[in-house]
Ligand binder design. Structure first.
Ligand SMILES: CC(C)(COP(=O)(O)OP(=O)(O)OC[C@H]1O[C@@H](n2cnc3c(N)ncnc32)[C@H](O)[C@@H]1OP(=O)(O)O)[C@@H](O)C(=O)NCCC(=O)NCCS
Length: 174
């Protein structure tokens, strides 16, 4: 990985940085028309240090972070025992994979995905499944190049908006 970033398991002291990083990446990726009330409410209620503290304490969840000298540039959230809704037989959801925009395209997402896939294989002998917005061309291309295939469609509801997501499943062991 570039810039000497290391992937490690998330710890209790990461919650503040994870919340801020999540809000920055989420807004940069999805709030492309500006900030609506729904967007503001979502970020302020869901992408909080309290929520990340809960994930870090949740036995069925694992967070992996990419860190250099106390700076986080990316993270992945895995949920175990989460059956793929499209029936692909996968039981580990890659709930989030975010890289700060400054570091996109430098291998951090790849390194986090490799570590997440290894963890899913070791703990559950399962490939990863995930949902990604159908308009998120960069992420769709990234996952396609990593061997992920579309197995269904689902919707992310935000206020009155209904956003189509592809359900993808990975190739399995590495
Ligand atoms: C989608 C996203 C996670 C991808 O992460 P990224 O860090 O930009 O991607 P990477 O730089 O790791 O991958 C780019 C390429 O480097 C390759 N690569 C990097 N390091 C490598 C290594 N050590 N060995 C082999 N290949 C490597 C990857 O295979 C990939 O190949 P490609 O050029 O054929 O695509 C990132 O762009 C992002 O966070 N976007 C915003 C949020 C988002 O959309 N998240 C996904 C929503 S589900």
């Amino acid at each position: 990985m570039p810039h000497s970033f290391q992937v490690r398991t998330g710890q209790a002291g990461d919650a503040d940085r994870l919340a801020v990083l999540a809000a920055q990446v989420w807004l940069h990726t999805y709030a492309t028309d500006g900030i609506s009330n729904e967007i503001a409410q979502y970020v302020l209620s869901e992408l909080t240090a309290e929520k990340f503290s809960e994930y870090l304490n949740e036995p069925q969840a694992t967070i992996l972070v990419a860190e250099r000298a106390h700076y986080l540039a990316g993270f992945a959230v895995l949920k175990f025992g989460a059956t793929c809704p499209s029936g692909a037989g996968a039981t580990v959801e890659l709930q989030t994979l975010y890289v700060q925009a400054h570091f996109v395209g430098h291998g951090i997402g790849w390194a986090l995905l490799q570590a997440a896939e290894r963890k899913a294989q070791e703990q559950s002998s399962s490939p990863l499944w995930l949902t990604v917005n159908s308009k998120n061309a960069r992420a769709l291309a990234f996952y396609a190049r990593q061997g992920y295939t579309k197995v269904g469609i689902t919707y992310f509801v935000l206020g009155d908006g209904r956003h189509e997501n592809h359900v993808l499943v990975g190739g399995g062991a590495h």
